[in-house]
Design a protein around this ligand. Sequence first.
Ligand code: KG4
Ligand code: ZN
Length: 332
Amino acid sequence: MVKILAIETSCDETSMSVIEDGTKELGTVVLSQMDTHALFGGVVPEIASRMHIENITIVLEETLKKANLKLEDIDAFAVTYGPGLIGSLLVGLMCAKTLAYVYNKPLIPVHHIAGHIYANNLEKPLEFPLLALVVSGGHTELVYMKNHYNFEILGSTLDDAVGEAYDKVARVLNVPYPGGPLVDKLAHQGKDTYDLPLPLNDESYNFSFSGLKSAVINLVHKEKQNNREVIREDMACSFQNRVTEILTKKTIKAAQKLNVKHLIVAGGVAANSGLRERLTKACKQNNIDLIIPNLKRCTDNAAMIGAAAYYAYKRGDRADLELNAKASLPLK
Ligand code: KG4
Ligand code: ZN
């Protein structure tokens, strides 16, 4: 049995987890900096890296306590090395390198999005071929996997990521940070009354959200100019319906065409209740086996990195002490 201690510090969560054989979560700690960044209306990179430094040893101690293990019991150390905020990534990287060096154990580099995908392996062992809908603050992609750690991008966003569009729409609707979850909440209290376009409704597997985002912004300004009140709940509902409709439509089409064993959803926007509902319904109608991570595993956490790391470890991925953080990094 392989116990991997994984570290995730790519954005504003300091997280560590011990995962056994890629499936069993022995103990996870996620220390979110959200309340601090909320004061500034978004993540401030310099503050994020300083807070990671302050918190990382505390998170390490707490994780080992939770897992009831000592550092000597760990077989390998894994770390997110990109993509993400460079200063934040470096804190996790230095910690992982130090532990791997001192305990003379392998160091496994993990791609952040591979982590989001493998969060699903903690719900149910993945079966191949599978299709992953990756929806986060920085990514919107349909990824086809013929086997473990085999990533083929079928399509991606041509402009904004879904989470990014949510956060920008939140801003024009005066919804405080973090925007995405709050817009989701508002959407459930409203009706689909606003005339917004269904974005990039074509035959491709690509997405585009900046036009839809601009349509929301323009409509809000127009209503203001005409002294009409914008009903935030209805605007959120209309926006969310368009986003989830196009994501579901293209994802189901790809899943059917490729005849996949599993359809999985990955990334922070997998927490979106509208998307979860719509995909669940569509998968039931079309007999597609859907996995969506538990809510706590949708947003950034180290358990997902530990799950991915096991398969990276098995295929021989190893890093040395020269490993560097990468702000942008293709998935492979
Ligand atoms: O995966 P994640 O934690 O960080 C990145 O790797 O980007 O995703 C964060 C993104 C943010 O844009 C946030 O607004 C969005 O996920 N998000 C949501 C919801 N929860 C988080 N967007 C819509 N509905 C939600 N419930
Ligand atoms: Zn993420």
